[in-house]
Write a protein that binds this ligand. Structure first.
Ligand SMILES: Nc1ncnc2c1ncn2[C@@H]1O[C@H](COP(=O)(O)OP(=O)(O)OP(=O)(O)O)[C@@H](O)[C@H]1O
Length: 253
């Protein structure tokens, strides 16, 4: 069953501004943190979008770590770290959870997914009862798959529903066709009681209809629509009249 505003796993994130004395240093110096407004999540899918460097990954990581995820990614019970470069933003975030805990969880970040895959293989090499984790990823060793195949296998096989899924640029390795398949799987998982928080540059992914889009800008954050995003408008211009776009880009007078 789809989650609603009562049953959603994560309701909102706010800033513990009373604990902040100085916004001069990373990550508190990011425009989104300096101008933070309570961010209410959609019960089904919330997108965080915006230009490179606006702080999407930092915000998503802060939310994920505040919820108990490993900064490197994986399920809530993955406890390992090769990754010391995460920020302390989570210490300044207050998360409002709903009344129910999710049964499944995953924090995916393209930049460290390789290490998560390594950890999955290490866990599988230890003798233990039950099925191997890699079986739920489609059976093939993850390092024998391409980056895109590996993530796609994880997404299609490892996500069970009734889950809380935080995905940082999941389209990074996926072809447009696979992004469409991903949308179909998001839809199934939403109908099976899942909540997604996704940062993305892909107008295909952010086109998912049952969603809220939050854009991070130099002035902070604002709710927007697919058609208003730069991503959508630039792609639209490109496909409708790329000659004109090239004319401006290449300064041909
Ligand atoms: N450990 C760090 N120390 C100082 N600055 C950092 C650190 N990590 C990231 N930054 C800076 O913070 C800003 C936001 O980075 P972040 O990765 O969150 O952006 P983003 O919106 O996810 O970008 P992209 O779309 O390129 O992935 C960038 O200017 C980045 O250089």
């Amino acid at each position: 069953m789809k989650l609603d505003s009562v049953s959603q796993y994560v309701k909102y994130v706010s800033l513990k501004a009373e604990n902040i004395y100085n916004y001069e240093r990373f990550p508190l110096n990011l425009p989104v943190i300096r101008n933070f407004e309570k961010l209410r999540f959609h019960p089904n899918v919330t997108f965080i979008v915006g230009e490179n460097g606006m702080g999407k990954s930092t915000l998503l990581e802060g939310v994920a770590v505040a919820l108990g995820f490993n900064p490197e990614g994986g399920s809530l019970n993955f406890n390992f770290s090769n990754y010391d470069s995460h920020s302390n933003l989570h210490e300044y975030l207050r998360i409002a959870r709903g009344p129910f805990r999710s049964e499944d969880s995953f924090f995916f970040r393209a930049e460290s997914y390789y290490n998560v895959a390594t950890h999955i293989e290490e866990l599988d090499s230890e003798p233990q009862g039950g099925s191997k984790i890699v079986d739920s990823f489609g059976g093939k060793p993850l390092h024998q798959l391409s980056h895109g195949e590996s993530f796609f296998a994880a997404f299609m096989n490892r996500f069970y529903g009734n889950g809380l899924y935080i995905l940082d640029e999941p389209e990074a390795a996926l072809s447009p066709l696979r992004q469409m398949s991903m949308l179909a799987r998001i839809h199934e998982l939403v109908n099976e009681g899942s909540q997604f928080i996704i940062s993305t540059h892909s107008p295909i992914i952010m086109g998912y209809p049952n969603a809220k889009i939050i854009e991070l800008t130099a002035d902070g954050m604002k709710e927007t629509t697919l058609e208003e995003t730069n991503h959508y408008q630039i792609m639209k211009q490109f496909f409708e009249d790329k000659g004109r776009l090239f004319h401006h880009l290449f300064n041909e007078g």
